[in-house]
Design a protein around this ligand. Structure first.
Ligand SMILES: C[S@@+](CC[C@H](N)C(=O)[O-])C[C@H]1O[C@@H](n2cnc3c(N)ncnc32)[C@H](O)[C@@H]1O
Length: 237
C-alpha cells in the first residue's frame, strides 16, 4: 500500500462521519471489549501511545482505566474529532499530536504500551514490518495490534461446510475485486486493505522478537479471513 495515499484518505467527510459509519457494528463492539480486556495488564498511571488514534475511540476507556495517553495520527481532521472527545472527558491525562506512524517523535521505550488498531491491513508485508519495528522501538514492554489474515486453505477446508463456504467466498470476492480493478485501471488508485498471510504475520513477529502474550479473535470473515487482536511483548533482540 502506498503510505502517501493512505495519509490523505481520512479527511473531510471520511473523518467527520467515521464513528457513525462504524460504531454500531458487531466488529466495532467486539474490538472495544477485547481492547478493554487486553489493557487490564496495565497498572493505573501507565503510559499508552495510541497510533493512529483516529477519532479517539478508546479515549474514554483510557480515562476510565486511569491511563496516561498520547494519541498520534497523520490526519488533522481525525485529530479534531478526537479533540472533541478529549474536551468532553473532564480530567483525561492525555495529549494529541500529528505524527507519521513510521517516524514517531519519541525516544526508545517511551511508553508502557503502544496500540495500533485498524491500520496494519492498509499496508503490505513490507509496511507491516516497518510499522511494527517503529511501534516496538517506542514501547517499553507491550504492543496491542489488530491484524486480519488469510486462514490457510487447508485449515479452512477442515471446518466442514462453513469452511468450504468461506473458501468459495474468498475466491468469488477475489475475482470481483480483480474485475473492479480492471475497470478502474485508468483511475488513480484509492487505498485498499491487504489481508496478510498468517505465516507472514507470525514470521514478522518472530523476526522483531515480539512474543504473543494474548491472541483474541474479533471475527471470522466470510471471505476466509480471521481478524485478531494481539497483545505482544517486546523481548530483547
Ligand atoms: C482505519 S483508521 C483507524 C483509526 C483508529 N485506530 C480506529 O481504530 O478507529 C486509519 C487511521 O490511520 C491514519 N493514518 C494513515 N496513514 C498514517 C500514517 N502514515 N501515520 C499515522 N497515521 C496514519 C488515518 O488518518 C486514520 O486515522
Amino acid at each position: 500500500m502506498d503510505f502517501q495515499a493512505l495519509s490523505i484518505a481520512y479527511t473531510g467527510a471520511a473523518a467527520t462521519g467515521y464513528d457513525a459509519r462504524r460504531a454500531p457494528s458487531q466488529k466495532w463492539l467486539a474490538e472495544d471489549s477485547i481492547v478493554r480486556e487486553l489493557l487490564r495488564v496495565l497498572p493505573v498511571g501507565a503510559s499508552v501511545l495510541d497510533v493512529p488514534v483516529g477519532t479517539g475511540r478508546f479515549l474514554e476507556l483510557y480515562h476510565e482505566r486511569g491511563l496516561k495517553v498520547t494519541g498520534r495520527d497523520i490526519s488533522p481532521d481525525m485529530l479534531n474529532s478526537a479533540r472533541e472527545k478529549i474536551a468532553a472527558l473532564n480530567g483525561l491525562d492525555g495529549s494529541l499530536e500529528l505524527a507519521d506512524v513510521r517516524n514517531i517523535p519519541d525516544a526508545d521505550g517511551h511508553y508502557d504500551c503502544v496500540l495500533c488498531i485498524r491500520f496494519l491491513n492498509w499496508v503490505d508485508a513490507g509496511g507491516l514490518e516497518e510499522v511494527l519495528r517503529e511501534l516496538r522501538r517506542v514501547s517499553k514492554r507491550y504492543l496491542i495490534v489488530s491484524i486480519r489474515h488469510n486462514v490457510p486453505t487447508h485449515d479452512l477446508l477442515r471446518h466442514g461446510p462453513n469452511g468450504f463456504r468461506r473458501f468459495a467466498m474468498r475466491h468469488l470476492l477475489g475475482f470481483r475485486r480483480w474485475l473492479r480493478d480492471l475497470r478502474k485501471f485508468r483511475q488513480p488508485k484509492a487505498p485498499r486493505t491487504n489481508e496478510h498471510q498468517k505465516a507472514v504475520v507470525l514470521q514478522t513477529f518472530d523476526r522483531l522478537r515480539l512474543r504473543i502474550d494474548s491472541q483474541q479473535l474479533v471475527e471470522h470473515g466470510r471471505d476466509g479471513t480471521d481478524f485478531y487482536l494481539y497483545r505482544l511483548i517486546k523481548e530483547e533482540l
